[in-house]
Design a protein around this ligand. Structure first.
Ligand code: NAD
Length: 247
């Protein structure tokens, strides 16, 4: 299927590794012109070369000014913007009891406000595009909170509600807004979280294996395609059956 992405202009954030990288690589493989952002310049430059990104910029998305800088740099490099894939590093783990109040401020900036600020900065360009796409990477936790991840649980739910609200406001401008909710997909973060105990992670997945980042990347590319123009305000689970609820 031709996804109609050749020459689409895409900004993918937190894209030097893992899920963000997989989205950027999938879009580039479909012919999109991709600009990537992440914290570490060296890893980011390597990834940009490996996936054939048009450009890159090292930025820390927990900083309030980073979102507008990311969009500005992408638009300058690409001549406009059709696609925003909005990803950031996960907030620090912890229970409600063990999480200090200051960590809530970091979670708010990194997880919720980076998504809000990126969408705000990108929307004028996405509306101009006429085929705008926003894809937020969230988590299975928006439907089934995960123990010891109170910040992720709280702020990703807020991103989901924000995205749903926004989706109805911009669909007549040709812009769709959707979320990808990964279960356990084998990235560096998951290796760090589970250490040598990947079997424990796998045991929770009816598919009997962990996800591959490329599976999330392919779903992202489809949501960004012309064929997906009528899909908006949705949260799509990519979890091998891990979510236990009906919805
Ligand atoms: P990862 O650690 O493999 O990659 C994270 C990427 O984010 C890297 O490119 C890193 O440079 C970048 N990054 C981190 N903090 C940043 C910051 N402040 N500013 C800019 N860039 C930053 O992680 P991943 O597994 O790809 O996860 C991506 C997101 O998806 C995270 O928020 C994670 O919590 C969430 N998530 C992942 C899974 C999974 O199974 N992998 C499941 C649910 C949710």
């Amino acid at each position: 299927m031709d996804l109609g992405l050749s020459d689409a202009r895409a900004l993918v954030t937190a894209a030097s590794k893992g899920l963000g990288r997989a989205c950027a690589a999938a879009l580039a493989a479909e012919g999109a012109r991709v600009f990537i952002v992440s914290r570490n310049e060296t890893t980011l430059a390597e990834t940009a070369a490996e996936i054939g990104a048009v450009g890159h910029r090292a930025l820390d998305l927990a900083r309030p000014e980073a979102a507008a800088q990311a969009v500005e740099a992408a638009v300058a490099a690409l001549g406009g913007l059709d696609i925003l894939v909005c990803n950031a590093g996960g907030p620090p783990p912890g229970t409600f009891d063990s999480t200090p109040l200051e960590a809530w401020d970091l979670g708010y900036q990194l997880t919720l406000m980076s998504a809000v600020r990126l969408a705000k900065a990108a929307l004028p360009h996405l509306k101009r595009s006429g085929r705008g796409r926003i894809v937020n990477i969230t988590s299975i936790s928006v439907r089934q909170p995960i123990g010891n991840l109170v910040l992720s649980n709280a702020f990703r739910s807020a991103v989901t509600a924000m995205a749903k609200t926004l989706s109805a406001e911009v669909v007549r401008d040709g812009v769709t807004v959707n979320n990808l909710a990964p279960g356990t997909i084998l990235t560096e973060r998951v290796r760090q979280l589970y250490g040598d105990d990947l079997e424990r992670a796998t045991a929770e997945v009816p598919a009997g294996r962990l996800g591959d980042p490329s599976e999330l990347g392919a779903t992202c590319a489809f949501l960004c395609s012309r064929q997906a123009a009528f899909i908006t305000g949705q949260t799509i689970g990519i979890d091998g059956g891990q979510l236990k609820g009906v919805h």
